[in-house]
Structure formats: C-alpha cells, structure tokens
Design a protein around this ligand. Structure first.
Ligand SMILES: Nc1ncnc2c1ncn2[C@@H]1O[C@H](COP(=O)(O)OP(=O)(O)OP(=O)(O)O)[C@@H](O)[C@H]1O
Ligand SMILES: [Mg+2]
Length: 153
C-alpha cells in the first residue's frame, strides 16, 4: 500500500538546514527526485547547497544565475540542480535533457511546478515546502513510498 508521511520541521538556523541535508543524503539514490517548493528567499537554494555538501559536492554554486540546470559530481552520484523560476515553457524544460539523466543521479528542482506536471507521479516522492515569514523558517516534508518510513514520528 502506498504510504505518505508528513513532517513539519522548524529551521531555526542554517545549522538546522545542514542537519536535514545530512539526514537525507545517506537515504538518497540515483533516480531520486526532490522537489523544492517555496517563495522567493524561503531557503530552497540554501538547502540545495547543504545537500550538495552532504553528498560530497566540492563546488556548488549558490550565486543567483540565469542557468536553469547545474550538474555536479558528488562522492557517489551526480547531482542535478534545476532552478525553473525562469523556465518559459514545456519545450524549454524537455530541452534540458532530463530524460537522459533522470535515472543517473539525484535531481533537485527549485520552482518545480511546471516540471511536476510533465514528470511521472511515481518519481515525485520527496517534496519539501519551504516557508519564511521574515522571522521563522519552516520546511514541510511530504515523504511517499520509500521515503515514508524515514518520517514516521
Ligand atoms: N535555515 C536558514 N537559516 C538562516 N538563513 C537561511 C536559512 N536558509 C536560507 N537562509 C538564507 O536565506 C536567504 C535566501 O535563501 P535561498 O537563496 O536559499 O532562498 P530560495 O528559496 O532559493 O529563493 P529563490 O526562490 O529566490 O531562489 C539566503 O541568504 C540564505 O542564506
Ligand atoms: Mg533559489
């Protein structure tokens, strides 16, 4: 039976984001897709950088850019970081070549709303929703299928 667990975690400091990344890194495999939802400045890229570090990526780029896709090499798998904020359409999404690398490494997608409509629902099993109200940061996690057991309270 498919299972979903939800968890809400307060991120009181950058250290808390690093802790979440360090918890997730060892349970990830090639082919895993992590969708990072949340408003501007809610902490998606910071989490992506923390996860990259936890996966052994030495050269993650955090500066804002117009690049939709960055590829890195972690200690076990490649990491594909997509930021689709400026994605114009479906065609531009497919031109990123996702079908060539989706099963090769770990995929992280910021602003995934358009992509999730196009990708199979079966691989959308770890969704992180970041929020920041100017004072408090929270991440709400929906963990399905193989990720669910790690989030049983
Ligand atoms: N857990 C945290 N504690 C403190 N500061 C944080 C935390 N997470 C992120 N930040 C800070 O918040 C700012 C915005 O974070 P970030 O760039 O990750 O947001 P984003 O969600 O990627 O935004 P965008 O949608 O514009 O790409 C950065 O300066 C970052 O260092
Ligand atoms: Mg960002």
């Amino acid at each position: 039976m498919p299972m979903t667990m939800s968890s809400s975690i307060k991120l009181k400091s950058k250290q808390d984001t690093f802790k979440l990344a360090e918890f997730l890194a060892p349970i990830l495999d090639a082919g895993d897709l992590i969708c990072l939802y949340g408003n501007l400045g809610s902490g998606k890229t910071f989490f992506a950088a923390a996860l990259a570090k936890a996966l052994g990526v030495p050269d993650f780029v955090t500066s804002p850019s117009f690049i939709l896709l960055n590829q890195y090499q972690g200690s076990k798998f490649p990491l594909y970081h997509l930021d689709l904020y400026r994605l114009k359409n479906e065609q531009e999404f497919w031109e990123l070549g996702i079908t060539d690398f989706i099963d090769k490494g770990i995929i992280l997608i910021e602003w995934p709303e358009l992509a999730t409509k196009l990708l199979p629902e079966t691989i959308q099993n770890l969704n992180l929703h970041f929020s920041f109200d100017g004072k408090n940061r929270t991440v709400d996690i929906d963990a399905k299928d193989k990720f669910a057991p790690y989030f049983i309270k």
